[in-house]
Design a protein around this ligand. Structure first.
Ligand SMILES: Cc1ncc(COP(=O)(O)O)c(C=O)c1O
Length: 380
């Protein structure tokens, strides 16, 4: 056999331009997080690493304001933790009610269908949210085993209020599952006070970490449903009954943990704890309000009503006659700033601007607004 010399590439070492990531995510990682990630890996069964895992669990409980014993980080991006929630508590035939207020609600629908659930859907135009009364009516009509909602819908910029929803779910004997991918660290979340049973998130937004390790928490109530399953969890990699033996005191191998990702996540969560979760929420709010004012001063319109606007992700209507994608491209190539375009119902209609984690700073708003002013003035 001969080596295929024609496949051998002679490349320069990796070189990536510096970008200010003000889109829907990923957002820039904190320099200390990148430094922690650079620490040489130890083995995934090394006692030192178990300490890191334990610290991640405690720090996550603080970030989410929960006492849930089962609180871990899944190896993978937000979608893996999302799939873990559905895969573990859904059995074929379970009625799963999904409140769809944007793109990621539809992803939950797709996943629940793949796991054999009897999926029921309620929808709102992208940018709006459900009232408690609407959710109550839907629970009465569908009597689901699980209600799944996206707390922070990254595609629309809307924040679904959750106060009272968990209590309703208990009245209807149903589990409450929420997506906190664009809210953890940046938007107030009180998982236990809100009686949330399953929640997941990601590392690359409000936690100032690269993508790859995704928070997941399961309440004792939801854990009971998992233990009472008639069928095995159909996804081996995401089977939390197996993973609980690695994250818990047994320390049994399941898969090789992405060691350096967990170093990074531990540092990101440590920084959040050092700042204080309430201070972080307040910082996100202040900088978002500053951004909103600046954008409105430029004559731009924000898509979501102020009361339901996410401080982490702002949707801005693209003015009539402007090529939104061309503006975003110019911001990236001429100013090194990334913003997002619209998805689905909002494709071509909005830009999506993220101020998340380490990036939620006044100086970043100023940089973006100055650059946006320039590119818009050239295109009018
Ligand atoms: C609300 C929401 N849910 C889920 C996801 C999926 O996360 P990931 O892209 O990290 O897999 C995203 C990603 O942006 C999101 O914004």
């Amino acid at each position: 056999m001969s080596v295929r010399e024609n496949q051998r590439l002679q490349l320069q070492p990796l070189s990536i331009p510096s970008r200010l990531l003000l889109g829907p995510g990923p957002s820039n990682a904190h320099p200390a997080v990148l430094q922690a990630m650079n620490t040489p890996p130890v083995g995934h069964l090394d006692p030192t690493f178990f300490t890191v895992m334990d610290e991640i669990q405690s720090l996550l409980r603080y970030a989410w304001q929960t006492e849930n014993p089962f609180t871990i980080a899944v190896s993978g991006t937000g979608t893996s933790a999302m799939e873990a929630t559905i895969a573990n508590v859904t059995e074929p035939g379970d009625v799963v009610l999904v409140g769809v207020i944007g793109y990621f609600g539809n992803r939950l629908v797709d996943m629940a269908e793949r796991y054999g659930a009897d999926v029921r859907i309620i929808t709102k135009p992208w940018g709006q949210v459900f009232s408690l009364e609407e959710l109550q009516t839907a629970l009465k009509t569908h009597r689901p085993a699980i209600l799944a909602l996206v707390h922070a819908e990254t595609s629309s910029g809307a924040c679904q209020p959750l106060e009272g929803v968990g209590q309703l779910c208990r009245e209807f004997d149903c589990l409450l599952l929420i997506d906190t991918v664009t809210s953890l660290g940046g938007v107030p979340i009180f998982l236990d006070e809100w009686d949330v049973d399953l929640a997941y998130s990601c590392s690359q937004k409000g936690l100032s970490c690269p993508p790859g390790a995704s928070p997941l928490t399961i309440s004792p109530r939801a854990w009971k449903k998992l233990q009472q399953r008639q069928t095995k969890v159909t996804n081996f990699y995401l089977d939390m009954t197996l993973l609980s033996k690695y994250w818990g005191s047994d320390r049994v191998y399941h898969h090789t943990a992405p060691i350096n990702m967990y170093y990074a996540l531990r540092e990101a969560l440590r920084l959040l704890s050092q700042e204080g979760i309430e201070n972080s929420w307040q910082r996100h709010r202040q900088n978002a309000e500053y951004l909103w004012q600046q954008l409105q001063d430029l004559g731009l319109t924000l898509h979501v009503e102020r009361e339901y606007r996410l401080p982490t992700l702002t949707t801005v209507r693209i003015p009539e006659g402007i090529d939104g994608k061309a503006i975003a491209r110019q911001l990236l190539l001429e100013h090194g700033i990334e913003i997002g375009s619209g998805l689905g119902e909002l494709a071509g209609k909005v830009w999506r601007i993220g101020l998340m984690g380490f990036n939620s700073r006044k100086e970043n708003v100023d940089k973006l607004v100055t650059a946006l002013k320039q590119v818009l003035s050239k295109s009018i």
